[in-house]
Design a protein around this ligand. Structure first.
Ligand code: FES
Length: 179
């Protein structure tokens, strides 16, 4: 015989459904919060800020003067997020974004190399090729030109980088040659 539910049964069923729905929404919210917490540091590090503009870094002679006074210590341009480096035969500009997961790579005076704080990758002082993994390839390079006044201009557009896929020094990437 068909048994009709009482109004009390209907209310219980409605309550159960409401509790289940609440639980589901809560679980989704929790998962979203955890995902955000997980990726937020990388989003913050990768945020493009101050990039994309041409940056004047001085004349060749001025840059070389600084290198010779500091035993070729990389020269940081914080706003443009790059270092000027002094490989054999030229001047290059290395984008300081780690090629592993994108952390900003600092120079370490005590180690005389770049050392990424996130997962320990290390890069060479003069060429920015990888000395220690997990970085899969050298730091990317920004293009440099010399204007009619002899000033070096670094193009910090991250979409126009020189991407070196092999992990050894290739002098053909040098755009500003020095003798
Ligand atoms: S982001 Fe630099 S080593 Fe992982």
């Amino acid at each position: 015989m068909l048994r009709l539910g009482t109004p009390h049964d209907a209310v219980s069923r409605w309550r159960r459904r409401a509790i289940l729905r609440l639980g589901f929404v809560g679980a989704v919210g929790l998962a979203a919060t955890e995902m955000t917490a997980l990726v937020a540091p990388f989003i913050r590090v990768n945020r493009i800020e101050g990039l994309g503009n041409p940056v004047a870094v001085g004349t060749k002679a001025q840059v070389l003067g600084l290198f010779s006074a500091t035993n070729d210590r990389p020269i940081l341009f914080r706003e443009g997020r790059f270092f000027l480096l002094h490989p054999p035969g030229g001047i290059i500009a290395a984008y300081r974004k780690c090629t592993h997961l994108g952390c900003a790579v600092p120079w370490s005076d005590s180690e005389d190399r770049f050392h990424c704080p996130c997962h320990g990758s290390e890069y060479d002082k003069r060429t920015a090729v990888v000395l220690k993994n997990p970085a899969p390839k050298p730091l990317q390079l920004f293009h440099i030109t010399e204007n009619t006044e002899g000033e070096l201009i670094v193009d910090t557009n991250p979409l126009r980088v020189i991407d070196r896929t092999k992990d050894d020094w290739d002098p053909s990437v040098i755009e500003i040659a020095v003798t």
